[in-house]
Design a protein around this ligand. Structure first.
Ligand code: PLP
Length: 419
């Protein structure tokens, strides 16, 4: 039973229009949530309304004391770094395989990122963290890449033993958990992006959770001011004198964005469940493939922000990754993607030459050309597909499985026609 590949003139597996991943899904419920908020308020000055509702829902879901919304995930991450009072001379251990905004806000503090390689699941390697600790290390930042939780037991222990602040970037991992404990609950603070592509989205937005009053008041003062600061910072706290102005910046979230995010958040658990079913089907169907390695997720509940598999050219009888992707695209599987804007980030000019951007914070320091073999390998072989979240997406998911199997069969048995 050999169907001719579309790239060689055969029939497509699915029409490209049907094969798209549209996120978020615009339902009447979502439209109503926005309209309702539009009539209520489009700017909220204090801790009230839709902003407070979302912060309360989100922090209760994670069993954390306080939540603070921002206009982006990047601002929320910046607020974590400012919240723990980093400055020149401090070092923060960070992953190199991540989206750059995990680390870029650090460069406004004067602290230096110390990059770590990843494991072959894309997540920061705990052994690397241990190797990179110096007397200057203040904190460890992790990203739960593509929604698969990092090894939080070990990382939490490393931080405890070395008196380091643990921070989490959960922007890929809304609702994910490690050994039954939600990501975003392991460290001193955690941040989530609510940007348009993310599982819980407001189009733009971000949120920070913490149990620490000090982190919270600093994060609040950083990007909020006046009413909300007066309302929340106790008068005996040293930051209360700055309440009128905050620290001079404004990072407040837009109520319409948060109305969207709140409506979406109500579906998170159901989406994770459905995504897990689809991801399970895909893994079951493709696990026998001789040249793709699939994510292993024992003891963790991923959020399935995406499903990332690694391509082994040698095992694919020399068929090139680019050709494999081209062949899948020709089948109509248009969402198969090589994630190019995510990691490794250590070589980016902002991290190598911060003194050119922030001469008041950094002095020139030669940065040795570091080698991060796993991050390079992961980056160069990663294939990403979306994981659909609605039960009525089963036809698309099945078409992706069918298309993959059709191409895999040819690569395994007749690779010559793809050279
Ligand atoms: C999206 C994202 C960010 C940045 O969030 P924005 O809301 O776009 O500012 C940071 N880290 C990771 C891992 C992300 O995926």
């Amino acid at each position: 039973m050999n169907e001719q590949l579309a790239i060689l003139g055969g029939p497509m597996t699915i029409s490209p229009n049907e094969a798209k991943f549209n996120w978020p899904r615009i339902t009447t419920d979502l439209e109503m949530a926005v309209t309702k908020q539009l009539h209520k308020s489009i700017s909220i000055y204090d801790h009230s309304g839709i902003l407070k509702e979302f912060e309360d829902d989100f922090s209760n879901y994670h069993e954390r004391k306080m939540g603070l919304l921002f206009n982006s995930g990047t601002s929320a991450i910046y607020a974590m770094y400012k919240g723990i009072e980093l400055g020149p001379g401090d070092e923060v251990i960070c992953p190199t395989y991540t989206f750059f905004a995990t680390v870029s806000p650090l460069m406004s503090t004067g602290a230096r990122p110390i990059f770590c390689d990843c494991r072959m699941d894309g997540n920061i390697d705990p052994a690397e963290i241990i190797r990179k600790i110096t007397p200057k290390t203040r904190a460890v930042m992790v990203t739960h890449m593509w929604g698969i939780p990092c090894d939080m037991d070990i990382i939490q222990n490393i931080c405890l033993q070395n008196n380091l602040v643990l921070l989490e970037d959960c922007s890929h991992a809304h609702g994910a958990s490690f050994n039954g404990k939600k990501v975003g609950t392991f460290g001193a603070a955690a941040a989530w992006s609510l940007q348009g592509q993310k599982i819980i989205t407001g189009g733009e937005g971000g949120i920070l959770l913490t149990d620490s009053d000090n982190i919270y008041y600093r994060a609040l003062s950083l990007g909020h001011y006046n009413k909300r600061c007066h309302q929340e910072i106790p008068t005996d706290h040293p930051l209360s004198v700055f309440a009128q102005t905050g620290f001079g910046q404004k990072f407040r979230a837009h109520p319409l964005a948060i109305a969207i995010a709140r409506q979406q958040f109500g579906h998170l658990d159901e989406w994770i469940k459905q995504k897990s079913i689809f991801a399970g089907n895909i893994l079951d169907e493709l696990k026998k493939c001789s040249f793709l390695s699939m994510p292993v997720c024992s003891g963790v509940q991923p959020s399935w922000y995406a499903l990332v598999m690694l391509f082994n050219e040698k095992a694919a009888h020399g068929v090139k990754l680019g050709k494999f992707i081209e062949t899948l695209h020709a089948e109509g599987l248009v969402e198969v993607d090589l994630p190019r804007s995510t990691g490794p980030i250590h070589g980016l000019p902002l991290f190598r030459s911060p003194e050119q951007v922030f001469p008041e914070l950094y002095q020139y320091e030669p940065v040795e050309a570091a080698m991060f073999d796993n991050a390079d390998k992961f980056y160069n072989t990663a294939i990403k597909i979306p994981v659909w979240a609605f039960s009525d997406d089963d036809a698309i998911v099945n078409a992706y499985i069918k298309g993959f199997k059709k191409v895999i069969n040819v690569v395994e048995n007749y690779p010559g026609c793809l050279y």
